[in-house]
Design a protein around this ligand. Structure first.
Ligand code: GLN
Length: 308
């Protein structure tokens, strides 16, 4: 297949981009090898193509948010989720509080405030902290098609300094959006973000979303179809934070970025893609990752608004 050579060419074309910096607020991520660069594509028929550092694992971080949102929708129902978390882009950075006036709902599930509220709904109202965490690890594993583990160093480093997320969780508790202990929610959320993945894993997870919840290799329906539509909608409007508008017009694929330098894209009915490179732009999205996705979208005609 010509695809792996094409992908390697795309990586070579963006390798000289040296903008941005790795996340500095999580000690372990600040020391990441910034030369890393990887891409993977997975079609809904189960073809997987990779190039670059595709076996290098990194923490999933905020790319876990759409999967947690899918789990919450399945576990408590969409109405209960919408009662606590909105679906409007915030236009703010990922770690802003961004609560709606009146309802105290976080604006959307892709910013930290909304992701903390989402985490609290996973596995239902009576779930324990460990049950929520394991539900998410198991779901993400089923989507990747292999058992995923944790980057313990990232987990510990982030938990040590999670003061901002603790602040958000306490505000959610004060506003009646969450009822569990804020510290338990922050701990579980930080674990959810510390799941270790490669671009190959992420491409398959994205392809599962693109394939209406059916994992392309195992054929298992791992997440409810109705939830997938909701997840892809929110990824489209909110997945790239305050760069969502640029992203939708330039790339045009439902997407989510993470602070370790990963980005996923899921094009319904077609494919999942994933890129990884640690240096982040001013919006907190991988700088080279965005450039790779722009090229792939243009070269392969992936923009969802293109009329063929
Ligand atoms: N765990 C990170 C945090 O809460 C996730 C943020 C991200 O990936 N953008 O700060």
């Amino acid at each position: 297949s010509p695809v792996p050579d094409y992908l390697a060419d795309v990586l070579d074309a963006v390798r000289s981009i040296d903008d941005g910096a790795p996340a500095d607020y999580i000690e372990v991520l600040a020391k990441a090898d910034t030369s890393r660069l990887a891409v993977a594509l997975a079609t809904v028929d189960g073809e997987v193509y990779t190039a670059g550092d595709s076996d290098v694992a990194f923490s999933i971080q905020s790319i876990s948010k759409p999967f947690a949102y899918a789990a919450a929708i399945e576990d408590v129902g969409l109405d209960a989720v919408l009662a606590r978390i909105g679906v409007e882009p915030s236009g703010d950075a990922f770690n802003e509080l961004s609560l709606e006036d009146g309802t105290h709902r976080p604006m959307n599930p892709m910013i930290n405030a909304g992701a903390l509220a989402t985490h609290a709904l996973v596995a239902g109202p009576d779930a324990s902290g460990p049950q929520r965490v394991e539900r998410l690890r198991a779901l993400m594993s089923a989507m990747a098609g292999r058992e995923l583990g944790y980057d313990e160093a990232v987990y510990e480093a982030e938990l040590r300094d999670a003061h901002r997320n603790r602040g958000l969780a306490h505000m959610l508790r004060a506003g009646g959006i969450i009822h569990a202990e804020p510290e338990t929610i922050v701990d579980g959320y930080v674990r959810q973000c510390a799941v270790n993945v490669t671009v190959r894993d992420l491409a398959l997870m994205a392809a599962t979303l693109a394939n209406a919840g059916v994992q392309p290799l195992t054929g298992r329906q791992v997440i409810d179809r109705a939830g997938v539509r909701q997840v892809l909608s929110v990824m489209t409007t909110c997945g790239m934070y305050d760069a969502a508008g640029d992203w939708v017009s330039n790339v045009g694929i439902p997407a989510k970025s993470g602070v370790a330098g990963g980005i996923i894209g899921a094009l319904p009915g077609q494919l999942g893609l994933a890129v990884f490179s640690p240096k982040l732009d001013a919006h907190g999205n991988s700088a080279r990752g965005v450039a790779v996705c722009e090229r792939l979208s243009r070269d392969m005609g992936l923009h969802m608004m293109d009329v063929s």
